[in-house]
Ligand binder design. Structure first.
Ligand code: WTA
Length: 647
């Protein structure tokens, strides 16, 4: 494969100016594995501790003694690390630059000093409304600065935030509020994206009907749109903010005190509440931000994700702010008002590092080079990517067209569960190969195993596991520690199973090949096929559903649903649309099936298990190689599916 052999060596200039060169990486990585105790205690110095830890990792992945702790005896406050400690040296430096949806509206800038005031004020509003340390606070917000203030305000007072992506439906929001028993929700009147308005407060109202735990809703006025306020439950943020102070002491937190919950999809059941704690998570976000992006003081960093996802948590907020960086927050979408928007923002705010997803690149690439070339992009020095495997074609477009051949492309592999980057090149240390996430971060011990768990050496391919704990690792599934163990540590005993497939080449470079479970990756968003199936079977006309992913040029994967209707119900185009809209309403627009095929029955084994392998092949149109169908209870089912496949 010619694509995979093409190598982009570290430019001499980067060898000189990068913080870590090839030798530096080997030393750093070697020490992190050989002597993790002293390595991590030394790394811990990058944070500002109220009480510095004397214990680094204390963990075991074995069932009999299963536990994961980092820096347990340390005390700190995460928000103070992201704000207060920079005030003396960088108080006037910009912490957040906010770019609105509409390019004709003014951007907003907050210096660290102003961020301190805003976060303290928000924290005092939360306190005034009864939020206490350990309470769960749901944040359902558009990409406005107040979303950042809300997150950091929770961290400041020790409340556990649970950010729910503003694209999720009221049903999905209600499920997440209920799962973590969250009495508080912070939202805005409306959100704006690509010139459209999203009725966030109305969605919270609809969610509240199904989420009895919810007691209080704090509403930020973002657009001035008309919303209903429920007496005794809803308050306007700006009303309460008038009467509180803009100084608020930072709560002393243990390193292992929970910082946040973030729901993510797995292969079974409802979304899991991934729990991250304070010290280890922040250390990981901060260290990986500095290493992978070679962050240097004064640089402007733009992660074009949404704070509703882990990428937004770790690389819009916690990582960059812990490092005293200037972080850009963008309210809108990449292609509105036109396909030049991203590059215009880069020029407008003189962005040095841009971090985005392959799906956005593929969508913009389809618009041709002109919208890019119409802008300067001279401020860019580094480009990052995350969320799904990047195809070499998109990689090269990013490198050649966006970066004008000057900027390293840093492909970062990681997960909600890992807190931050796990495998990624360091720009001054590693030659790049398009499509490879290159080498592990310090402390990360990746192994490739076969189905039986045998560790495969050298150049090989199999399932990716991580053999040692790292500080940014999730600590549990909220309220379901057993599910945490079963999901991640039972498949390959003693190891964390990533659910990703992976290849390692002769240079020891890692190539992530995609999920090996029933999770699909649609436009860089992780979706459990089981969730979509559950939504479909909730419909009164649906008897059974099976959902698979199939390759999609822009989205990476598209959603293909097979639906068996109840007897007596006739398939129609109208019903097909109704069912697609139904999923959209139950979960959110990102879960809308791209294709929906009516199937009188589904291919099953004699024991009744749906054969997804076959469904995937049919969806892909790869019907000549369906493999062994002899184990099917009724092989003729397949012929019907093939004949009625949706192109
Ligand atoms: C996939 C997003 C290939 C992978 C940070 C993983 C990637 C899942 C990459 C986690 C990458 C993420 N190359 N695949 N650079 N980054 N993935 O939890 O399948 O939303 O398991 O975290 O995205 O998605 P999540």
């Amino acid at each position: 494969m010619a694509d995979q052999q093409q190598v982009y060596p570290v430019p001499d200039e980067w060898k000189r100016r990068a913080k870590v060169d090839a030798e530096g990486y080997e030393t750093l990585y070697g020490r992190s594995i050989a002597d993790p105790g002293s390595f991590w205690l030394e790394q811990a110095r990058r944070l500002d501790w109220i009480k510095r830890p004397e214990i680094a990792g204390d963990w075991s992945f074995d069932e009999s003694d299963f536990h994961i702790n980092w820096f347990t005896d340390g005390k700190l406050n995460v928000a103070a690390n992201c704000i207060d400690r920079h005030l003396a040296s960088r108080g006037a430096a910009p912490a957040i630059i906010w770019e609105p949806d509409d390019p004709n509206e003014p951007a907003r800038r907050y210096a660290y000093l102003e961020l301190h005031q805003e976060v303290c004020r928000f924290a005092n509003v939360l306190k005034a409304e009864g939020v206490e340390k350990g309470d769960r606070v749901t944040i359902y917000m558009p990409m406005i600065p107040e979303a950042a203030f809300a997150v950091l305000a929770c961290a400041r007072i020790g409340a556990i935030h649970s950010v729910v992506f503003a694209g999720f439906s009221p049903e999905a929001l209600a499920g997440r509020i209920t799962d973590c028993d969250s009495e508080f929700c912070i939202t805005a009147d409306e959100g704006r994206r690509g010139g459209k308005r999203i009725p966030l407060k109305a969605n919270v109202d609809a969610a509240a009907d199904r989420a009895p735990a919810l007691k209080k809703v704090i509403v930020v006025q973002a657009t001035g749109g008309d919303v209903a306020m429920k007496e005794g439950r809803d308050v306007w943020y700006h009303h309460v903010a008038e009467s509180v102070s803009d100084d608020c002491p930072a709560e002393v937190m243990g390193a292992e005190d929970p910082l946040f919950i973030l729901y993510t999809s797995g292969s079974t059941g409802k979304p899991k509440g991934v729990l991250h704690t304070s010290g280890g998570y922040l250390l990981w976000a901060s260290l990986t931000h500095e290493l992978a992006f070679d962050y240097k003081e004064g640089e402007i960093f733009w992660c074009a994700a949404d704070i509703g996802w882990i990428t937004g948590h770790s690389y819009i907020l916690y990582g960059p702010l812990a490092n005293g960086a200037t972080t850009v927050m963008y309210e809108g979408v990449p292609n509105w008002p036109d396909a030049s928007r991203i590059w215009q923002i880069v020029d407008k705010h003189q962005v040095n590092t841009l971090y985005t997803a392959p799906t956005a690149l593929r969508a913009l690439m389809a618009e041709g080079d002109q919208p890019v070339k119409a802008t300067s992009r001279a401020s860019l020095r580094l480009l990052g990517t995350v969320g799904e495997p990047i195809n070499p074609q998109a990689w090269r477009w990013y490198y050649d067209v966006v970066g004008d051949g000057r900027c390293p492309v840093i492909d970062t592999w990681w997960q909600t569960e890992t807190g931050g980057h796990m495998i990624a090149p360091l720009p001054g240390a590693h030659d790049l190969k398009p499509g490879s996430a290159v080498k592990p971060m310090p402390g990360v011990d990746p192994q490739i195993v076969d189905a039986d768990g045998n560790v495969l050496p050298g150049a090989t391919e199999g399932n990716l596991v991580i053999a040692k704990s790292w500080p940014g690792q999730m600590r549990t599934v909220w309220n379901d520690h057993d599910r945490f163990f079963q999901t991640y540590f039972s498949t390959y005993p003693g190891k964390y199973f990533t659910s990703d497939g992976c290849r390692r080449d002769e240079d020891g470079y890692y190539w992530i090949t995609g999920r090996v479970d029933d999770v699909i990756n649609v436009s860089g968003h992780r979706m459990g096929t089981a969730e979509i199936e559950s939504a479909l079977v909730l419909h009164e006309k649906v008897a059974e559903a099976a959902v698979v992913g199939r390759p999609h040029d822009v989205k990476g994967q598209g959603i293909y649903a097979y639906v068996t209707l109840n007897s007596g119900v006739h398939p129609s185009d109208e019903l097909r649309d109704t069912l697609k809209q139904w999923v959209r309403k139950e979960i959110g627009p990102i879960a809308t099936p791209d294709a929906l095929q009516f199937a009188p029955s589904l291919p099953k084994t004699r024991s009744g298990k749906i054969m997804r392998r076959i469904l995937r092949k049919i969806a892909e149109g790869d019907t000549s190689s369906l493999g062994d169908t002899s184990t099917l209870a009724d092989p003729s089912v397949v012929d019907h599916l093939v004949a009625n496949r949706v192109a």
